[in-house]
Design a protein around this ligand. Structure first.
Ligand code: SAH
Length: 251
C-alpha cells in the first residue's frame, strides 16, 4: 500500500494526526526534499528507508514503490502542504492504478493556509472578495493561455500565487493589467510557519522591488487583494438580526 500524505507547510506540528500515524508506521518514505521539513522524518521508525524525491525521476519513484509493494511494505509518499496543489500526484496515482498497487490519500495544511495565518488575514472578507484564485506564473511548467495572470486579475478577487517568487517583475506587471492598482495591498510570505518565516507587505506597485530588497526569490507565496487592507463589512452570519438553523435573530 502507498499512502500519499500532506506534510503541511513547514512547522512539523502542522501535519495531521493521520499523516503522523502513517509516517510512524511506514517502512519506506519518499519525501519531497526541496520543501518538506526534514524534522518530520524524526517520526519514522529506525528501520524505515528514506528517499528524497528531489533527486529522483518519476520512474525511480515508481520503481521504489513497486519494490516496496513486492516486499509487502507500507510506503509513504510525503508531499509538501496539501498534495492536491502542484504535487504531481495524479501521474503517480494513475501509474499505481495501472500496476494494481493500492493507495490512500491524506490531506495536509497547504501553504496558502499557512500564509493567511502569517498575515493574520481572511481571504474571503464580506464586501471585499468571496473568491480565492490560486494560480502561478508560467515557468518551465506552462499555464494554459486562458488562465494568464492578467485575465485572472480582472476579477479583483483575492489571489494567491504559488511558484512565482523568482518572477516578480512579470507577475507585478501582469497583475496591474487587471483590476488591481499600484496601491492594491500585496504581501510576500516566505516559508510560512517555518522558524525563518518572513512577511513583507507592500503596495502591488512595489512588489518586485520588495522581493529584491528582502532577498526573497523562492519558497514564497504572493498574496494580492483588498483583504489585506483592513477594510470590510462585518459578516452577516454572526449579525444579531440574522437567523440561521442554529440561532434565531434577536429583535
Ligand atoms: N502542495 C504545496 C505546494 C507545492 S508547490 C502546498 O499545498 O503548499 C511549491 C510552492 O509552494 C513554492 O514554490 C511556494 O510558492 C509554495 N510554498 C510551499 N511551502 C511554502 C511555505 N511554507 N511558505 C510559502 N510558500 C510556500
Amino acid at each position: 500500500m502507498v499512502h500519499f500524505v500532506g506534510a503541511g507547510p513547514g512547522a512539523p506540528d502542522l501535519i495531521t494526526l493521520r499523516g503522523a500515524e502513517r509516517l510512524k508506521k511506514a517502512d519506506v518514505v519518499i519525501y519531497a526534499g526541496s520543501l518538506v521539513n526534514p524534522v518530520l522524518l524524526g517520526l519514522c521508525s529506525a528501520q524505515c528507508r528514506i528517499f528524497n524525491s528531489a533527486e529522483m525521476t518519476l520512474e525511480q519513484v515508481l520503481s521504489t514503490m513497486e519494490q516496496a509493494e513486492r516486499e509487502q511494505k507500507q510506503t509513504v509518499r510525503l508531499h509538501t502542504g496539501d498534495p492536491c496543489l502542484y504535487g504531481a500526484i495524479q501521474e503517480q496515482m494513475d501509474a499505481l492504478k495501472k500496476r494494481g498497487i493500492p493507495y490512500t490519500l491524506t490531506p495536509g495544511v497547504s501553504s496558502f493556509c499557512g500564509a493567511a495565518a502569517a498575515v493574520e488575514g481572511e481571504y474571503t472578507l464580506p464586501g471585499i472578495s468571496q473568491t480565492v484564485i490560486i494560480t502561478r506564473m508560467a515557468g518551465r511548467t506552462p499555464v494554459p493561455e486562458r488562465e494568464n495572470i492578467a485575465s485572472l486579475a480582472e476579477h479583483g478577487a483575492t489571489m494567491v500565487i504559488f511558484l512565482s517568487a523568482s518572477l516578480l517583475d512579470g507577475l507585478q506587471e501582469a497583475l496591474l493589467q487587471g483590476a488591481y492598482t499600484q496601491q492594491t495591498p500585496a504581501a510576500l510570505v516566505y516559508k510560512a510557519t517555518w522558524p525563518e518565516e518572513k512577511v513583507v507587505r507592500c503596495p502591488l506597485g512595489e512588489l518586485a522591488q520588495a522581493g529584491r530588497d528582502h532577498g526573497i526569490s523562492k519558497t514564497a507565496l504572493v498574496l494580492v487583494g483588498d483583504f489585506l487592507s483592513g477594510d470590510y463589512t462585518r459578516s452577516r452570519l454572526y449579525a444579531p438580526d440574522f437567523s440561521t438553523e442554529f440561532r434565531r435573530a434577536s429583535e
